[in-house]
Design a protein around this ligand. Structure first.
Ligand code: HEM
Length: 142
C-alpha cells in the first residue's frame, strides 16, 4: 500500500493550516466521537485532559513527514505500546478517522475542499493501517 503522489502533495500543502488548528481539531474530534460513540469513552477513562494535544502533535508530525515516515518510527512505537495497553482494536480506527475528518471540516470550514478532505482521509487510513498491523503483531506477542 502506498500513498499517491497527489495525496502527499495536498497533505504537505495543507499541513500548516491543519497544524495551526490542530488542538481545536482534535478537541472537536473527541467531542464528535464521544457523542456518536459513547462506548469509546471507556478507553479514555484514564486519559489526561490534554490527551488531544498528544494527538494534535502526532497529526502535525505525521503531516510534516508524510514522505519520510521513517522519522516517526519511535513515535509510532510509543503509540502502539499505549494502544496495546488500552486494548485499541482495528474496528476503532474508522470511528476515530471519521470523527477527525468531520472535525477538520467543522474547524476549517470553507478552507477545506472535498479534494483536501479526501487526501487527509487517505493519509489517515494509511497511518491507521501501519498502526493496526504493528498492533496485531504486538497483541500476538502478549
Ligand atoms: C491514526 C490514528 C491514531 C493516532 C495517530 C493516535 C495517536 C495517539 C498518541 C500520540 C497517543 C499518546 C501515546 C503516548 O504518548 O503514550 C495515543 C494514545 C491513545 N490512543 Fe491513539 N491514535 C490513533 C488511533 C486511536 C484509536 C483508533 C483509538 C481507539 C479509540 C485510540 C485510543 C487511544 C487511547 C485510549 C490512548 C491512551 C489515552 C490515555 O489514557 O492517555 N487511538 N494515541
Amino acid at each position: 500500500m502506498e500513498l499517491s503522489a497527489k495525496t502527499i502533495e495536498i497533505v504537505k500543502a495543507t499541513a500548516p493550516i491543519v497544524a495551526a488548528n490542530a488542538e481545536a481539531i482534535t478537541s472537536t474530534m473527541y467531542k464528535i466521537m464521544f457523542t456518536n460513540h459513547p462506548e469509546i469513552k471507556e478507553l479514555f477513562k484514564d486519559a489526561k485532559p490534554d490527551q488531544h494535544k498528544k494527538l494534535a502533535a502526532a497529526v502535525g508530525a505525521y503531516a510534516a513527514n508524510i514522505d519520510n515516515l521513517i522519522v516517526l518510527e519511535k513515535a509510532i512505537e510509543k503509540m502502539v505500546s499505549t494502544h496495546i495497553l488500552k486494548n485499541v482494536q482495528p474496528e476503532h480506527y474508522p470511528i476515530v478517522g471519521i470523527s477527525i475528518l468531520e472535525a477538520i471540516k467543522k474547524v476549517l470550514g470553507d478552507a477545506v475542499t472535498l479534494e483536501v478532505l479526501d487526501a487527509w482521509k487517505e493519509a489517515y487510513f494509511f497511518l491507521a493501517h501501519v498502526l493496526i498491523e504493528q498492533e496485531k503483531l504486538a497483541y500476538a506477542d502478549v
